[in-house]
Ligand binder design. Structure first.
Ligand code: GTP
Ligand code: SPV
Ligand code: MN
Length: 588
């Protein structure tokens, strides 16, 4: 336990507010965690899985009404409503505190208050930041212990400093009508009530590492982004790092752990995973942009994860993992989800807790947003730089979304500002990662629509500013789309491991070693610039997904014009100029 006065004062305040029967400080020891796992199994909060097949693994089911992030109940509470911007819900901070404290008051009665000191980023890294989360959920403690670095070592690094983030989580009655996920960027405060699901309650993740951190980044000249980080090693042993921002459930974990196609592996190419969801990036002493992954584990989408699509993710879940809302196979006490294999269990319990026969049932065994919480160190391709306190240098930044039409497989922006424009016009079909309709096209600039803690127009301005700070050392910016569909609704690009073929072109472009054709939207590879060796794909299809459809893009510019209106005079002039430039080039 710490002697930090600011921490102790806040914990005292929380005790008085929440009225727990007892207070437990999480020290990060295996002993303490093991005792908590036992307790959670005794109360039914978690189910211990087959120790031989899945050592140290557990299953947890949330309430049926608590299975994803709730964007309509997520708020930015800053003094001036204008600072939250058009893409966020806003509440007045004083009113929000009052309402949330009223909801949480006394709700720990008869329960334990767990105090979790945690570091986002390697403990002691100059790029890392520290938070405290109080919670009444063992599930949260155990997940935070996988997803972040927790315990005494963190408190030692913090010392007497007041530079830390407050996080209050209270399960209350898990009442969806009283569920609120609130952020106070001006106070470094997060309050989450009436949920017990992932992104709503593991406060280090989306709440801190993106919503609060994006605001801090703007104030302190760095960037907090919804990006994976991966290293690509060539046969000479040189490693180049790229980051990629895709919206939720659009392929970050898959790309981050990709296994190159056989022809590349034979030549000696390798991919190393640094992170699968969040990147914190800052200008380094050498002038380049350096990135760390603030997390310590993967909170990955389970459905669709299998031996073929993502063997590294699957391997990561084989020990010390918590599964949430997947099916329980009663025959051998293991787990199953749609897309794991073609052999669903007959004797099983579905994610809702009901008996389930996977061979006969038309219902899903696992929720589409069911997840695994796996320690990063389990990943067979984890980067040797994963714990590096200085991070890795970024050569390229990739944007991407789920677009059935219009957006080609890959293109390179004309320059940094044009790249910022490319990120700002990102649109993607919605997924099960948030509640609401799935498959609806919506704008999701830089994949940050649900995660930007301040005015999105100012955020664009911050990107433009970072370009000035980085100058000619700025990473090159690209856009990809793995999700083009043909007339029959089939994916036109094989995706997954074969995405390496696109990464190769991207890296070569960064090194000035690959050709491209200039189009109105940016630089595209010629079909012959994408290596199809060992791939059963016809040139015609590749040509189609490497074509810029003038008509569709002209319609897109009209749509962007409309969308940009929501930012009013906060839209940087640079982006307005980029849009005009695109319109002109398309009209030629
Ligand atoms: P969050 O954890 O929500 O941020 O999601 P994510 O961006 O990490 O997405 P993830 O890698 O878990 O992939 C989500 C879904 O997209 C899975 O069902 C994958 O099977 C599918 N997917 C991922 N990569 C590809 C791809 O290259 N092609 C196709 N067709 N599907 C993909
Ligand atoms: C996402 O939705 O982008 C996730 C899952 O990574 S959650 O932690 O729930 O936000
Ligand atoms: Mn995510």
């Amino acid at each position: 336990m710490t002697t930090n006065k600011s921490v102790l004062a806040w914990i005292e305040e929380m005790k008085n507010l929440l009225n727990p029967d007892k207070v437990v400080w999480i020290d990060g020891s295996e002993e303490q965690l093991e005792a908590l796992r036992k307790e959670a199994c005794e109360t039914g909060e978690m189910i211990k899985l087959n120790e031989e097949k899945l050592p140290g693994c557990y299953l947890h089911r949330t309430r049926e009404n608590d299975v994803a992030r709730v964007e309509d109940r997520t708020f930015i509470c800053c003094r001036d409503e204008k600072d939250a911007g058009p893409t966020n819900n806003w509440k007045n901070p004083q009113e929000a505190y009052q309402m949330l404290f009223d909801i949480a008051r006394g709700s720990y009665k008869g329960r334990t208050m767990y105090v979790i000191p945690y570091s986002m980023g390697p403990v002691g890294s100059p790029l890392a930041k520290i938070g405290y989360e109080v919670t009444d959920s063992i599930y949260v403690v155990l997940n935070m212990s996988i997803m972040t670095r927790v315990g005494t070592a963190v408190e030692e690094v913090l010392g007497d400093s007041e530079d830390w983030i407050k996080g209050l989580h209270a399960m209350c009655d898990v009442d969806p009508e009283k569920r609120y996920i609130c952020h106070f960027p001006e106070d470094n405060y997060i309050i989450s009530v009436n949920s017990a699901y992932g992104g709503n309650v593991l406060l280090g993740k989306k709440c801190f590492a993106l919503r609060i951190a994006s605001y801090l980044g703007k104030c302190e000249d760095w960037m907090a982004e919804h990006m994976l980080i991966l290293g690509i090693e060539n046969p000479q042993g040189e490693i180049k790092y790229v980051t990629a921002a895709f919206p939720s459930a659009c392929g970050k974990t898959n790309l981050a752990m990709l296994i190159p196609p056989e022809s590349y592996r034979n030549k000696g190419y390798k991919v190393w995973c640094v992170g699968d969801d969040i990147a914190w990036m800052r200008k380094g002493p050498d002038g380049r942009l350096w990135a760390i992954n603030p997390e310590n584990g993967f909170f990955g989408v389970a459905p669709g994860t299998n031996e073929k699509s993502n063997p590294n993710a699957l391997a990561s879940t084989k020990k010390g993992t918590i599964f949430t809302n997947v099916a329980l196979n009663l025959d051998d006490n293991t787990v199953w989800w749609e897309g794991l294999d073609k052999n669903p269990p007959e004797h099983a319990i579905d994610w809702k807790g009901n008996p389930w026969n996977g061979k006969e049932s038309t219902e899903k065994g696992a929720h589409p947003n069911s997840r695994f919480t796996a320690p990063a160190k389990n990943c067979p391709c984890i980067s040797s730089e994963f714990n590096s306190t200085s991070g890795v240098p970024v050569s390229a930044i990739i944007f991407g979304g789920r677009r059935a039409t219009t957006t080609p497989l890959v293109y390179q922006s004309r320059d940094w500002n044009n790249g910022v424009f490319v990120g700002s016009i990102m649109a993607s079909e919605t997924t099960a990662a948030a509640t609401g309709a799935v498959g609806v096209l919506r704008h999701d600039p830089m994949a940050m629509k649900p995660f930007c803690g301040y005015h999105m127009g100012d955020y664009f301005g911050h990107w433009i500013e970072m370009g000035k700070i980085l100058g000619d050392k700025a990473p090159k910016i690209f856009n990809v789309n793995w999700f083009r569909l043909d007339e029959d609704g089939k994916f036109m690009w094989p995706g997954f491991g074969d995405n390496f073929r696109v990464l190769e072109w991207i890296i070569k472009r960064c090194e000035g070693k690959a050709d491209a054709v200039e189009t109105p939207i940016g630089y595209l590879p010629r079909p012959e610039d994408i290596n199809l060796e060992g791939l059963d794909m016809d040139m015609e299809t590749l040509k189609k997904i490497l074509t810029v459809d003038n008509e569709k893009w002209t319609a897109e510019t009209k749509e962007i014009e409309e969308y940009y209106k929501i930012f009013g005079d906060k839209l940087p002039a640079e982006l307005r100029a980029e849009l005009e430039g695109l319109k002109e080039r398309l009209a030629k």
